[in-house]
Structures are given as structure tokens and as C-alpha cells.
Design a protein around this ligand. Sequence first.
Ligand code: NBP
Length: 483
Amino acid sequence: MTIDNTEGARAQIGVTGLAVMGSNIARNFARHGHTVALHNRSIAKTDALIAEHGSEGDFVRTETIEEFVGALQKPRRVLIMVKAGDPTDAVIEELAAAMEPGDIIIDGGNALYTDTIRREASLRERGLHFVGAGISGGEEGALNGPSIMPGGPKESYAALGPLLESIAAQVDGTPCCTHIGPDGSGHFVKMVHNGIEYADMQLIGEAYNLLGSALGYDAGKIADVFTEWNGGDLESYLVEITAEVLRQTDAKTGKPLVDVIVDAAEQKGTGRWTVKSALDLGVPVTGIAEAVFARALSGSRQQRKAAVGLASGVLADKPTDAAQFTEDIRQALYASKVVAYAQGFDQIAAGSAEYDWDLHPADLATIWRGGCIIRARFLNRIKDAYDENPTLPSLILAPYFRDAIETAIDSWRRVVSTATLLGIPVPAFASSLSYYDALRAERLPAALTQGQRDFFGAHTYERVDAEGKFHTLWSGDRSEVRA
Ligand code: NBP
């Protein structure tokens, strides 16, 4: 039903930015019994939403920002769903000028968390609450239940939480939405979520490539393998849709669709942001970084074209036991996935410490169980691991995952070595295994690095048998001095 805006301030929530995400979230609110004020820069999208879906609930049609703000109950709650970046700043400025202290502005776009920190600080000075909310699940999730990661002032969650929780995905009666922490924490966590998503997709891609290139399986047969895997520990949205994509036939050629799609992966930027932030925080998110670089390499089309035909060296024979190698790939995928999540959670811990956010990993695992792109059965295990030990040094050390990797390790090594001997690229499988081997090593070659740094730059080193810093007089008599 469309409510005449002359009826006064009666909407519980307003949504501005009615492209695919905003219109689906507005419909989700309305379907849950909330009256929703609608606004979009160009009125056409507002009218289209009302014409096509106006019967789904109570919508208030507005044209100007003043009219939009005037249609809202106090404290006013406005969700911005516009293109991230400058458009978000422009919309915030317009809204802030029309709103009053105590009102709440929520940015549900994919904002860079440092922008959210800046915006929150500036709006706080004006008495407004600003909530940077990561929203995952794509357009389908927005309509039927996303995973929502709202940051910002805790007080604002009292007025906002019940509304957001009502439209979020639910798992075992628990909404996939919780207050994450102050200022930019919601968008930070969403960014790392997307980084993990990149790693997960790359790992699935490597498994698909191995099944095709090492075992000669066609798309349909690989789809069957993924469907089977989805019945076990690997059960997840991404594995499920992988089978669907692989099973799709191209209407024009009759071939599997995947075989006619150009093999150059694009990216919108959240994976890159995750890696940049990890570099600043000094957290080795090797799986995520390999995934971002793998997309970049796939997109270097001219270079790749020029490099086709470069020497491969002598390649090994393909595996003869297809069932065993398929199981090896499944195990390698699972173990590498554990590493990707472990690294993502390490980054979240580092961000929490850097910005004093007091983030709770078990809460994140809980709200990622449904609605979002990385939803997976295995998030229950992550939640259990952090419930049991909230200060776990690494997810890999939780008993369940430690055992799972112990079961997978031989397969994992076979997959990485076989892929290498066959000349099949597996950057994420290989770097995850190297990360694991480095983490468990008693000694690393970093000792030599420290020696080199001291040699050319007098950067000093620590000793295994004494406290303090030391320097060797490399260009003198090579005796050691305390620094
Ligand atoms: P888009 O990111 O394509 O943005 C389109 C919307 O932004 C339209 O409503 C447009 O108004 C509005 N807009 C622009 Br562009 N510039 C504006 C300005 N200067 N002032 C006011 N409005 C402006 O929409 P989307 O794909 O629905 O995504 C919305 C947000 O949600 C983005 O931040 C996105 O990153 C995030 N997100 C998207 C997904 C997804 O799966 N697509 C998932 C999760 C999060 P107009 O109609 O007048 O041009």
C-alpha cells in the first residue's frame, strides 16, 4: 500500500538509494510489517518500486530529502544504499542538514572502513548517530534475509537493532545481525568477509581446474563432484552455486556456459582493500592475497596471450586413481579453506587491537552462518572454537581444525606437488600449505634475513641465548657488540 505523505511522520525506517540492493532491502522491511519511506535521487526508481511491489507492504513515496526526513518517526532512521564513495558523502550531507540530534544515519553500502571512521566522527560532532553497516548476501539476500554487520555507537543499536534483526537471515532462531563495535568496525569486518570470499572462490576455482586438467572431467562431471562435496563438511553457499554454474548450458552453442565465459576475473575492490589493510596491520593473509593476485593475473589478457607456449619442462603423468585424487582435492580444499578463515580472523583481531574495537570472533562466525556469501556449515565449528577459547592464537590451533588438517595434510601435499609436476597453477592451495608449514616450523630462515639486514644496514638482531639487541661489526673485525 502506498501511504500519502500528508499523513505525517509515520515511517519506522527510510531507505534512500533504490537500485537493486536498496529496493530489495526496502521490500524486505515492508514485508516484515515496517512502514518504509522511499527516496531516490531520480524519482523513476521510487515509482518503479511502488508500481511493481507496492502491494507487498506500507511504503511512503517521497521526492525531496526534506519530505523524506519529514515522513520518519523519531528518532529518525535512514538507510543509505547508494554507490560507495563520493555519492555517499553527498547523501550524508543532505540528510544531516535535514535531520536532528539523536537521529540515525546508516550506510549500508560497501564503504571503506576508514571513510566510515571519518564520517562517524564528523556526524557525532553534530549530535547525529552514524552506523556503518556491512551487508552481505547480494540482491537475493537483501530481499530474503542478508547478514548484517552494523558498527557505530552502541546506543543507536537499541533503536536500530530490532529493525535490522527482523529483516536479517535467521539460523536456528538467531538473527544474522549483531552490533559489531564502534565506528568503522562493521565495514572493516564486512571487508574481511569479502576477502575471505575471494580466497574461498579462488580455492574452489583451483579445485575445479584440477578436476578438469588433471583428471579430464568435463563441467557436468565436475558439477556432480561439487554437489557430492556439498553434502559433507564443505557444505556452503559457494560450493552449492559452483555446481549450478557448472551445470548451466549455453543456449547459443549448447556447450557448458562456463566453457564460453572469458577467463578474466574482475573485481570491485573489497579484496584489494583487505590485502592493503592486512599489509598495514602486518597480518599475513596469504590466501586472500593470492586470490586477489590470481584475479589480476587472469585479467592480464595481452601478457597471457603472449606467454602461451612458454616452456613447461617435462610434465609428470596424470593421476591414475581418479577417486583418490578427487578425495585429495576435497581434503586440500577444506584445509586451505581453514587457513583462509584463520588468516581472516587474524586480521579481524589485529584490526580490533589497532582501533580498540573489542571485536568478538564468535559473534562474527554466528552472523556469517546465514545470509552472506561465505555462509557455510563449517562456521558452526568456528563459532564453537571461539566460544570455547575466545583468545585462540589461531583458528588452526582449535582442536577440531587441528584434527581436520591432520586428516587432510597428506592429501594436501599430494595435490600441491602433483599440480606442480603437471604444470597446473594452484597459488592459493600452495601458499596456504606453505603458510601452514611456516607457522608450525620451529625455525624459519628469518634468522638469515636478520643477519643480512644487520650486514647492510646495521639493523641489529636478537639472540636465542641472551636478552637485548646485538650488532656484528661486519666491516670491522666482525666481533659482536650490544646495540
Ligand atoms: P549502485 O552501487 O549501482 O548505486 C546506484 C544508486 O546510487 C542509485 O540509487 C543512484 O541513484 C544512487 N546514486 C549515485 Br550512482 N550517485 C548518487 C548521488 N551523487 N547522490 C544520490 N544518489 C546517488 O547500487 P547497488 O548495486 O544497489 O548497491 C548499493 C550499495 O550497496 C553500494 O554501496 C554497493 O557497493 C553495496 N552492496 C552491493 C551489493 C550487490 O550485490 N550489488 C552487495 C552488498 C553491498 P540514481 O538512481 O538517481 O542514479
